[in-house]
Design a protein around this ligand. Structure first.
Ligand SMILES: [Mg+2]
Length: 381
């Protein structure tokens, strides 16, 4: 079997899909994208395709080695995301060729269903109770929210209070048997995080995510040591090597993204590395159906898995939804806040190719918001 063609599709709301075709007629799908840099990643995918066309798609690990190391310069979000999408498509081809789901190739299922959480915004404190209640009624056992908007470099008493009140509102609606997590989005400085975390601890968040930016991994141990709140990070870490300092700093939850961190091959290894640090895996996934399907294949075969992010119905998917590009969206149906094991071959989804081709190149050039502080200086989003 040989790879004959690699195509890419830029589709709404902000996603990039790749389709790898073989001379056997087996087709694999992947989702190689960085939010806001889809066109750049697309170029990288087509550069890698120059090597892949004519190769045997079943040599996934060898292709991964060549793609990540073969041009001397390596790593970073663009290349790692291009490799990630191609890697997903190759695993999809392998599973379809052998007639089994990818998680069976990874050792078989270690659980029967995967717990997922839903986003509840969090930027508008007045809407939190209602948003959390809606997710509870939909059957979810966990939600995640933002801590707030622009945050000063050292939080005022009022800013600290506002974060804690959001968390308290969520806890009151959820009761003691459900969970909430808070995403700081790298907006806090180390001292800010150290000030806020002890105040959140009595409310028992499932975890606090990206309390500080990933470039401050050398100070992450101070954040971890500030309270008993489990610390999560990883959506901006692209390999085992990137993740190692965070693991050594004592984080509780590692959150690599299947579409950013070298795909199924590397996230599987990052999970295994995390296990040696007693750290749990919670794959980051605000992206589309192929990224979510890839996440689930890892989740079902990873013993130290905690919970899965997903963005079905989320407010920022303007123009298209996770389920829009699937022949049978029932594969992602929630059952009491969980997703059942996908039994289909490969990634376990059937991409609606006609819908993807129709939507191709109609995606807006999505960019992350650019925020400023009150004094006009740059603010982390
Ligand atoms: Mg995040």
């Amino acid at each position: 079997m040989k790879i004959t063609r690699v195509e890419t599709f830029a589709v709404p709301p902000r996603w990039l899909f790749c389709r790898i075709e073989t001379d056997d007629g087996v087709v694999g799908w992947g989702e190689p994208v960085v939010e806001g840099r889809a066109a750049t990643v697309r170029t990288a995918v087509h550069e890698l395709a120059e090597y892949l066309v004519g190769q045997d798609p079943m040599r996934i690990e060898d292709h991964w080695q060549v793609m990540t190391k073969g041009t001397f310069y390596r790593g970073g979000p663009i290349l790692s995301s291009a490799v990630a999408g191609i890697d997903q498509a190759l695993w999809d081809i392998a599973g379809k060729t052998l007639g089994v789901p990818v998680h069976v190739l990874l050792g078989g299922p270690v659980r029967d269903r995967v717990r997922a959480y839903s986003w509840v915004g969090g930027d508008e404190p007045g809407e939190i109770a209602e948003a959390v209640q809606a997710q509870v009624e939909a059957g979810f056992t966990a939600v995640k929210m933002n801590a707030g908007g622009r945050t000063g470099k050292v939080a005022t008493a009022a800013e600290v209070h506002a974060v804690v009140e959001r968390a308290r509102t969520a806890r009151e609606v959820l009761g003691p048997d459900r969970d909430f997590a808070i995403d700081f989005h790298g907006r806090f400085t180390t001292p800010n995080a150290r000030r806020v975390l002890p105040e959140l601890a009595p409310l028992h968040p499932l975890f606090v995510e990206e309390p500080v930016l990933p470039e401050y991994a050398h100070r992450l141990h101070e954040v971890v040591g500030a309270s008993s709140v489990p610390i999560a990070t990883g959506e901006r870490l692209f390999s085992r090597t990137d993740a190692l300092p965070a693991l050594q700093a004592g984080i509780a939850v590692l959150q690599p993204d299947l579409s950013h961190a070298g795909g199924i091959s590397e996230v599987r290894r990052m999970a295994s590395l995390a296990e040696t640090f007693d750290v749990l895996l919670a794959p980051h996934c605000p992206l589309g159906p192929i990224s979510l399907a890839s996440s689930l294949q890892v989740a079902f075969s990873t013993p130290n898995f905690l919970i899965q992010e997903q963005s079905i119905g989320i407010h920022y998917n303007a123009g298209a939804e996770v389920l829009d590009y699937l022949v049978d969206p029932a594969v992602f149906r929630f059952d009491q806040g969980h997703i059942n094991r996908p039994l289909g071959p490969g990634l376990g989804i059937e991409v609606d190719e006609q819908a993807v081709r129709r939507a191709n190149d109609s995606a807006p050039d999505w960019r992350g918001p650019l925020w400023r502080h009150a004094d006009g200086s740059f603010a982390e989003w």
